[in-house]
Design a protein around this ligand. Sequence first.
Ligand SMILES: [Zn+2]
Length: 66
Amino acid sequence: MVHTSEKTCPRCGSLKMRSWNELTPDEQFLAERLLMSAEYTPAERKKHRYCTRCWYEELEARSHQA
Ligand SMILES: [Zn+2]
């Protein structure tokens, strides 16, 4: 099984997927305004990854379903 820390964006193919803590304050400002912000708590969204090119928000792929 191959484990890659560099993930590509499923939407635009960019390698610039960033976790919340890797985003600059400006980027965090933008990320806070993404659509998903209505569905997830800020704490939850800090576990997501963001494409800084198209602002795709990737959920953490965990087996945690409501
Ligand atoms: Zn993207």
